[in-house]
Design a binder for this molecule. Structure first.
Ligand code: ARG
Length: 457
């Protein structure tokens, strides 16, 4: 059924219908569309705009449609232009006359603005649950690996020793910010556009506060022209999703490196790896690579939506229909990535021995050796030069700093004493770093407590 046949004398061209329709994708929010309609007629009846009898018939009818769509007894066809027309036509065919009163005091412009908001809000809640699941997994790994030493890198060159707990904790912080971004967006967008009509409100005595509260909003939106054309929250969500994708991409990249034959810091579980059709020995980190790669389409959605919005004069324009497919795709993509990523890291084996061995090589304790000299009165710049010479000596002798004899240390600087070995041991290098945010287990434990409290809320 068409909602607007009256002033037309010709059938719509088939290609025009196909180009114009949105039901092939906006059917994704039929639940939200029906929930919005139920709230709308509840309000209409309360205001005396619709009889109680018609309201009851409409709500019964809408609930029946939702049940049948859920069960598959009713299928959506692309004959209707959009999900709004489909539901309304189906309602009229089921309950007759009363169904024709559903759209009183409403336009598809505020209806779709509402549906999209309800859909995005529901998805934000699901995304939040998934990010929380990832944080929970990370936190348990962080507790398990408080003393798993590994090299920390800058420029992908070994820099100073850290712990796996600390390294994972860096990602914890990123995903923690992602969660707070989602909650900011939800708070800012949680106002109800229904009742804005096509663009200029309506002359019916609608109670917009009531509709808003029925649908769990903090109140009605305050400008009807903005309400029907605002998709800022969609852009904000796409930006937040891009950020999540970027974080997952960075983490995936590290896991791919750690899983490489050269590093072997981790081993992917068989259930999360794939093989090669030609090379029998291969076990590939496809899932991590795919997650890294998926960021492209998520960023693409953000750029597309910004571009769609940039030239839209007030109020509603059909361009706005373009908000859906790319947003749905970005949401589904990121949800899939979060789920798979969490599964991947929870089944992965961390090779503590290899990590610790690697941390011992590469002079990751050189800074601590310089600090030792500073603590014995040598100016830092001189200490830096002295340790540089010792590193050269080590490279020549194929040794680590810890392997040098006291004579060798003293051959470059007489200040060294027996206690240098303790000062540059891995344990000292890591565990003495206990300022807030540092890798020492004592510092990490304090941070973990904060995270635990936060997750329990
Ligand atoms: N499918 C449309 C959309 O997604 C629904 C609103 C249509 N409104 C209109 N005036 N043509 O934006």
């Amino acid at each position: 059924m068409k909602l607007w046949g009256g002033r037309f004398t010709k059938e719509t061209n088939r290609l025009v219908h196909n180009f114009n329709e949105s039901i092939s994708f906006d059917q994704k929010f039929y639940k939200q569309d029906i929930a919005g309609s139920i709230a709308h007629v509840t309000m209409l009846a309360k205001q005396g705009i619709l009889s109680e009898k018609d309201k009851d018939a409409i709500i019964e009818g809408l609930k029946g449609i939702r049940r049948d769509l859920d069960s598959g007894a009713l299928t959506i066809t692309t004959e209707s232009e959009d999900i709004h027309s489909f539901v309304e036509a189906e309602l009229i065919s089921r309950i007759g006359e009363a169904g024709k009163r559903l759209h009183t005091g409403r336009s598809r412009n505020d209806q779709v603005a509402l549906d999209m908001r309800l859909y995005v809000r529901d998805e934000i809640d699901e995304l939040d649950t998934l990010v929380k699941g990832l944080l929970t997994e990370l936190l348990s790994l962080m507790e398990e690996h408080l003393h798993t030493y590994m090299p920390g890198f800058t420029h992908l060159q070994k820099a100073q020793p850290v712990t796996l707990s600390h390294h994972l904790g860096a990602y914890y912080e990123m995903f923690r910010r992602d969660r707070s971004r989602l909650s900011d967006i939800r708070r800012r967008m949680n106002y109800c556009p229904l009742g804005s009509g096509a663009l200029a409100g309506t002359t019916y005595p609608l109670d917009r506060d009531y509709t808003a509260s029925l649908l769990g909003f903090d109140g009605p939106t305050l400008n009807s022209m903005d309400s029907v054309s605002d998709r800022d929250y969609v852009i904000e969500l796409l930006a937040a999703l891009s950020m999540i994708s970027m974080h997952l991409g960075r983490f995936s990249e590290e896991i791919i490196i750690w899983n490489s034959n050269e590093y072997q810091f981790v081993e992917m579980d068989d259930s999360y790896s794939t093989g090669s059709s030609i090379m029998p020995q291969k076990k590939n980190p496809d899932i991590a690579e795919l997650i890294r790669g998926k960021s492209g389409r998520v960023y693409g959605a953000l750029m597309s939506m910004l571009t769609v919005m940039k030239g839209i004069p007030l109020a509603y324009d059909k361009d706005l229909q373009e908000d859906k497919e790319l947003t749905f795709d970005a949401i589904d993509t990121v949800k899939g990535c979060l789920l798979l990523f969490t599964g991947m890291i929870s089944t992965m084996t961390f090779r503590k021995d290899v990590m610790e061995e690697s941390a011992k090589k590469g002079f990751t304790n050189a800074t601590d050796a310089a600090d030792y000299l500073v603590n014995h009165g040598v100016p830092f710049r001189d200490a830096h030069g002295i340790i540089g010479q010792l590193v050269l000596l080590c490279i020549e002798k194929k040794k680590a700093l810890d392997d040098l004899s006291l004579e060798e240390f003293r051959s470059v600087c007489p200040v060294f004493d027996q206690d240098i070995y303790d000062a540059i041991s891995m344990k000292t290098c890591v565990e003495k770093r206990v300022t807030t945010g540092a890798p020492g287990a004592e510092a990490m434990k304090r941070v973990i407590e904060i995270y635990k409290k936060e997750l329990a809320q």
